[in-house]
Write a protein of this length. Sequence first.
Length: 145
Amino acid sequence: MKQIICPVSKDKINEQIVRLNAILGVLLVIAGFAFDSVLCMFFLLSDFFIRAFTSLKFSPISFVSHRLTSTLRLGEKSIDKAPKIFAARLGFLMLLALTILFMSGANIAAMIIGGVFVFFAMLEFALAICVGCIIYTYLVLPFYK
């Protein structure tokens, strides 16, 4: 198996916050479908936009995750921020498609994309597996070599 290569930067982020972001994202997608709420989808889409494309220190979800990490005294494990930004951009694209499909009434397609999003986020939350790194290694990096 090819070794996984992630984007690299000098910036670091707390892995505990990243993992809490993932589970909160899962809960919002599930709530969006359970309550037939486009507001949940828009909120999550906006949060991913902030994380993926702005230099703001916190998005609403990452602020909550930061507070939870402090309150629960989960400690800090610094990891590279670049793979998480790349993953946030991929998540934003998935959520954009999900939101458009959800609003247009294509619920089966929206559920499929939502299921993939939940699966990827649960891999991050439960096992600290970044699917963004896998996608980067096999679909992006070959075009830059």
